[in-house]
Design a protein around this ligand. Structure first.
Ligand code: URA
Length: 224
């Protein structure tokens, strides 16, 4: 257990504090730390925490998380083997109305995708993780993670399952509003966000095939 803890990576408090400060004033809640070993086989980059994650503080523990764990299991991995993070670390919400069984309307918070400004606010947190975790392979889950790393023109529907070798975008200075490219190249495999199959079940076969491909790439790398 102690040895395992030594191999874990967690962003230092000053980076988390910076993230909290930069996102202040936006309609978001909570702050979920990335989780996993240092130099893992895989770094998974999601979009932003949902309600379950914002409450519990652990990434991918809601409905999408269950799907993600199934994908990991399909290639013999568990949550402990991978580093899990997201583009934005606080839950973006909007208010909406829900009709209760007795017909009354109640106001509640719903998840929503993060905005460009929220993504920029938390960019230094993800930059810090990518630079310090040094994953062998990055898997982006959905368009938000993919576009944060390689730009807006990238589309998961067109690029899923491909193995890219390329630099990623990062913020050079905290006050910058434009991203720059890293000198270092990373290996990136884009795939769908695990929640996407809830509203588009037809993506499931592609998602499963992408994960098998990720498993194959990892095998190939291990066998040298
Ligand atoms: N989506 C994410 O990107 N991260 C989570 O933790 C949950 C859903």
């Amino acid at each position: 257990m102690i040895i395992e803890e030594l191999h874990k990576f967690r962003i230092p408090e000053f980076v988390a504090e910076l993230g909290r400060k930069r996102i202040e004033g936006y309609p978001v809640e909570g702050f979920v730390y990335g989780e996993g070993p240092h130099q893992p086989k895989l770094m998974l980059i999601g979009e932003a925490p949902g309600e379950t994650e914002a409450l519990g503080g652990i990434p991918f523990t809601g409905r999408a998380g269950k799907e993600l764990m199934k994908s990991l299991a399909s290639i013999g991995l568990t949550r402990e083997d991978v580093y899990i993070t997201s583009v934005v670390r606080s839950r973006p919400y909007r208010y909406g109305q829900r009709k209760e069984r007795d017909g009354t309307l109640t106001e509640r918070k719903y998840n929503r995708p993060p905005t460009k400004h929220e993504i920029l606010a938390h960019a230094p947190v993800l930059d810090f993780e990518i630079a310090n975790v040094q994953p062998e392979l990055i898997v982006t889950l959905g368009n938000v993670g993919l576009q944060r790393l390689i730009g807006k023109q990238a589309k998961v529907t067109e690029m899923h399952g491909q193995c890219l070798e390329q630099p990623v975008r990062f913020l050079r200075e905290l006050e910058d509003v434009e991203y720059e490219w890293t000198d270092q190249s990373f290996t990136i495999v884009p795939t769908f966000h695990p929640a996407s199959i809830f509203y588009r079940p037809s993506h499931r076969p592609s998602l499963e095939a992408d994960w098998l491909e990720i498993g194959r790439i990892l095998q190939e790398r291990t066998n040298g």
